[in-house]
Every structure is written in C-alpha cells, then in structure tokens.
Design a protein around this ligand. Structure first.
Ligand code: NDP
Ligand code: 2IT
Length: 446
C-alpha cells in the first residue's frame, strides 16, 4: 500500500513542483483514499483521484489599482475552479501577502471534500490575491476589490462559481466585490455569499464557521461522554472564525484563555468573557487593531512571536492559518492533557502533528470536517437567494447544527477503526470523496 501511495505522490509531485502546500494536502488525502480505492476498483479504473488532483481550470490575472498617494500598485489575482461534479464551484477568497498558486490549490482541493461533506450541492473552488489589506484605507480596499472583480466577473456567477470570504476577506470586502459585480453585469444575483443581511446575506453566516467547529467538538466529546462545560480552551487566531468559536464556547460553559494574531498570543487565565469578546470584535473588525492591545487593556500577558500551544488546556482550536501547529506543539498539547483538537482553520496541523494526535488516540478533527459550518451556511445562503426568502436565526442555526451532526456521523461511519478509535481524518476524506467520485463516474470522462 505504501508503495502505491508513494508512486501516486511521485507522479503528482512531478506535475506540481514548487507547490508544497498543495502536495501536503494531496498526500494527507492519498494516504487514506488509496487503500479505499484498492477495495473499490471502479474508482481506480476511472482514475477518479488522478482527475481530482487536476483543477478543472485555473485563472490567474493582473489586478492594477491606485493607492491613496495615486501610485500604481499591481497585485496578482487567482481563482482555482477545482471540481464541479456536485454543484457550482464554491469557496472563499483570501487576501494575504502569502497567497500563491500552491496555497490556493491546497485550499480548493480541501474545499471539494469539505463541500461534499455538507451534503449540499456545491463543487469546490478557492481564489484570492497576494494583496495585503493591513494598513490600507477603506478607499484603497474598495479600489482593489473593484479592480479584482473587473476581471473575476467573467468567470463567476450564481450557477457557475460562488466566492465568499476567507482570510482578509470579510463583510466589507464582500460588499465592495458584490457592488462591482452588480454594476458590471447589471443583475442582482447570489454571486457571492457572506453578503449583508439587508442585501441577500444569510443570518448566522458570520457565526457559522466558529459555531460549527464548536458544535463538532461537542459531538466528538460526546463519544467519550464528555462536554465542554468547565473545560479550559485554547484558541489561535482572532479573526472571524476565532471570535465566534469563543462566543459558542462561552455558551457551552467553557473557559477560553488565549487568542492570537500574526504578532503573538494573549494569555488571559481569568478567561475571555462576553464583555472582553465584544472588545475583541470591535478591536479586530472595526479598529483593525492588534491582539496585543487586549493584553494592555486587561492587564494580562502577551507572548510576542509565539503560538498558544504551550498553554495547558483540555481542548484546542487552531483557527488562524495553515501549518501553525507542528509536531513539537502537538507533543506539548498531548503532554499537557489536551483531549480534543478541532481545526477551525484549513490544514493548521502539520502531518507530523496529526500523527502525534492519532498515535495518542486523542480526538482530532481535520478542518475539512470541523470547519465546514461556514461553507454550509453559504450553501444555505445560496438556497435562500434562489428561493428569494430569508430564514430566521433559529432556522439557519438548527440547519447548521444538523449539518455538523451529519458530518460527524459520516466521519464515524467511514473512520471508526478496529479498536473503536474514530479516525476523523480518514472518515472525512473517504466520506467526502465517495459522493464526488460517484458523481464523476455518472458524468463520464470529463
Ligand atoms: P480572518 O482574516 O478573519 O482572521 C485571520 C486570523 O488569523 C487573524 O487573527 C490573523 O492575524 C491570523 N493569521 C492569518 N494569517 C496568519 C499567519 N500567516 N500567521 C499567523 N496568524 C495568521 O480569517 P478567518 O478567521 O476567516 O480565517 C481563519 C482560518 O479559518 C483560515 O485558515 C481560513 O481558511 C479558515 N476558514 C475560514 C472560514 C470562514 O468562513 N471565514 C471557513 C472555514 C475555514 P493577523 O490579523 O495578524 O493577520
Ligand atoms: O474555507 C472555507 O470553507 C471558507 N473560507 C468558506 C467558503 C464559503 O464559500 O463560504
């Protein structure tokens, strides 16, 4: 089996040199899917996995714009349209200076399996730019978004490809992108999700990823007759996903003691309560400040340049970015008694870290399962747009809760090992793969 995986990965590596993140994501999936293909030769014969690692289409374009000093700036825009077997391409846009083809291909590849797990009819895609929103004025953000959409509009549409937010793209950016699309096309359609609620957005979409990852962790804990009540929780990041993770953890009676950004993390042993969370939301979403200001305001410690994984906890939510949690961090977490790691970010744990979690047989959920709540409510936003109605908070939240439960059930179905250990990584990969693979089989060699 190892030889088959190795042979497959060598082929993919040769075709995609210099794309380490994409190869990492493919390797993680190949290791669990290739044994499954041996048991299910119809997928192997139709070369489903070989086709799935090849994007249906990759768009790369120039994004020129004028900054506030009237200087010309040039960024690079991308959209990776990975797989449309089960629905229109769907996935976020990331604006961050680190963005490149490798990162967007890894995200698009993960998105295909994630979207399949939600049970909703969405294919997978991802896009973005190496544009850095930090320190830019609202006017500069708008000019950039308008220029970006002036090319992207040709390739997206409510039944073609529906982008949304990701790192560096929130409600402000979605608004500017939507406005420009509407202006160019002269039509008001659900071409983006994460819209404002007065112009087609869904309630609970801002909360969805954070709430969803906590719901998933609650389902994982339940398999061991545990709950979040009274647990100490460590969270990384302080953006959209991290903020609503904290909110839902508080509702569940847990104590959250850390948050981070790219400069370091804050440790608040007293716990981040509702008032402190409201401060974080204003700080991050309106003032666009730094998390160290929390430490100054509440008199706790800020650890510059460090990640929160050495803080003793029961449950950890890596919610910032890819590869933010390595083997040593994983050993520290397990050594400190952490029993559950649920990923809010995409691929935050390195392969070596995942190995540590599964060896120790702690509860570990990969992002493609545990952070699917965001895209799930995006799917519900698309449904509401098609129906031209909006559901209330309770309706959307209960649908989100059911979808997360269902993803958990799928992971248990495909991932339970002989000794009863639930390998959520295996369960998510196979569970996500089957639906896409069957659709590809049915649709012929395309
Ligand atoms: P935001 O832009 O709202 O927040 C990102 C947070 O992560 C910030 O605190 C940011 O710090 C930190 N961060 C970003 N890049 C780095 C880096 N290279 N090193 C250290 N810290 C970093 O993004 P989201 O909260 O939306 O996204 C967070 C993660 O969740 C991403 O992996 C994303 O792909 C994933 N995700 C998001 C979904 C969504 O609906 N938004 C859905 C599913 C997954 P700083 O401000 O200093 O950059
Ligand atoms: O990684 C993700 O699932 C997202 N950034 C959300 C994508 C979406 O289309 O809502």
């Amino acid at each position: 089996m190892d030889a088959l995986v190795k042979e497959f990965l060598e082929k993919v590596t040769l075709r995609n040199p210099h794309e380490p993140e994409f190869l990492q994501a493919v390797q993680e999936v190949a290791e669990t899917i290739i044994p499954y293909l041996e048991e299910n030769p119809k997928y192997k014969k139709a070369k489903i996995l070989d086709r799935m690692v090849e994007p249906e289409r990759v768009l790369m374009f120039r994004v020129p714009w004028l900054n506030d000093r009237n200087e010309v700036e040039v960024n690079r825009g991308f959209r990776v349209q990975m797989n449309s077997a089960i629905g229109p391409y769907k996935g976020g846009l990331r604006f961050h200076p680190s963005v490149n083809l490798s990162i967007l291909k890894f995200l698009a590849f993960e998105q295909v399996l994630k979207n399949s797990l939600t049970g909703l009819p969405m294919g997978g895609g991802k896009g973005g730019s190496d544009f850095d929103p930090k320190g830019k004025s609202d006017g500069e953000i708008m000019k950039f978004c308008q220029s970006f959409m002036t090319e992207l509009y040709r390739h997206v549409g409510a039944d073609i490809d529906v982008p949304a937010g990701d790192i560096g793209v929130g409600s402000r950016e979605v608004g500017f992108l939507f406005g420009q699309y509407k202006r160019i096309k002269g039509e008001f359609t659900g071409v983006l999700t994460g819209k404002g609620t007065s112009w087609g957005g869904s309630l609970i979409r801002p909360e969805a990823t954070g709430y969803g990852v906590v719901y998933f962790a609650e389902d994982m804990l339940q398999t061991r007759a545990e709950t979040l009540a009274g647990k100490t929780v460590v969270v990384s990041g302080s953006g959209n996903v991290a903020q609503y993770t904290v909110e839902r953890c508080l509702q569940a009676g847990a104590k959250v003691v850390t948050l981070s950004d790219s400069e370091g993390f804050i440790y608040d042993p007293a716990g981040i309560d509702a008032e402190k969370l409201a401060y974080v939301m204003t700080l991050k979403n309106e003032q666009r400040g730094r998390i160290r200001e929390y430490a100054e305001k509440y008199g706790c410690e800020f650890f510059a340049g460090q990640k929160p994984w050495n803080i003793k906890c029961d449950v950890a939510f890596p919610n910032a970015t890819q590869n933010e949690l390595d083997e040593e961090d994983a050993r520290t977490l397990v050594g400190n008694g952490c029993i559950c790691v649920a990923e809010g970010a995409n691929m935050p744990s390195t392969p070596e870290a995942i190995h540590v979690f599964t060896e120790a047989k702690i509860l570990y959920a990969p992002g493609k399962a545990s952070n699917a709540g965001g895209v799930a409510v995006s799917g519900l936003e698309m449904s509401q747009n098609s129906l031209r109605i909006s559901w209330n908070r309770e309706e959307v939240n209960s649908k989100l809760r059911e979808i997360m439960k269902d993803i958990h059930r799928i992971c248990v179905e495909y991932g339970t090992e002989a000794d009863g250990y639930i390998n959520y990584e295996k369960g998510a990969n196979i569970g996500g793969f089957v639906k896409v693979a069957d659709a590809m089989l049915a649709q012929g060699i395309v």
